[in-house]
Design a protein around this ligand. Structure first.
Ligand code: KMT
Ligand code: NI
Length: 172
């Protein structure tokens, strides 16, 4: 796990886009994100248990698995959105990037590799992409029913109850 400020330069979303300015775990914590590097599945299980998670699934995002719709899927995940549930992502293999919005609405990029885990709060704006090797295998853990529906950022999400609760928790 390594986090840094996104460079905002043009170029494929799967490139590192590293501005050279790191973002430390303490800053991620201020955004409500918990991150852990190189943990075993047993650790994921205990975090999920502590936080009363009930469901999980596994997803492989690769050309081999998705075929013709791979590029489309990758673009879809990269649309800025929020979810109405807290969610855990645990990388089983490969690598990927989660970009999350900072307090000032800039992007912080979190690179996750095999064994890395993030807990993302409900209501945070984010987007996801595979990295240069176009391969991410991940476990997605969710508290109750799988509510995968990404709510794309717009006027409606600004008024969303989960968004407002998130900002209230983040900013006090
Ligand atoms: C998300 O919330 O954008 C995702 O779960 C992306 C796919 S899981 C690595
Ligand atoms: Ni998402």
């Amino acid at each position: 796990m390594r986090a840094y400020w996104y460079d905002n330069l043009p170029g494929d979303q799967r490139l590192p886009h590293d501005s050279g300015k790191p973002a430390d775990p303490a800053y991620l914590a201020k955004l409500g994100i918990i991150s852990r590097s190189r943990v075993e599945l047993a650790t994921v299980d205990s975090i999920a248990h502590e936080r009363a998670y009930k469901n999980r699934d596994e997803i492989t995002i690769s050309r081999e698995k998705l075929g013709d719709i791979y590029e489309e899927k990758v673009k879809g995940f990269f649309r800025e959105h929020l979810h109405e549930d807290e969610e855990i992502r645990y990388i089983l293999d490969g690598a990927g990037y989660f970009d999350v919005r900072s307090k000032e609405d800039d992007w912080v990029r979190i690179r996750l590799e095999k064994g890395d885990l993030v807990v993302m709060p409900a209501g945070i704006y984010h987007r996801f992409t595979t990295a240069e090797d176009n391969y991410t295998q991940a476990m997605r853990l969710f508290k109750d029913e799988p509510k995968w529906t990404p709510l794309n950022r717009g006027e409606e999400t600004e008024e969303n109850r989960y968004r407002k609760d998130y900002l209230h928790t983040r900013d006090g």
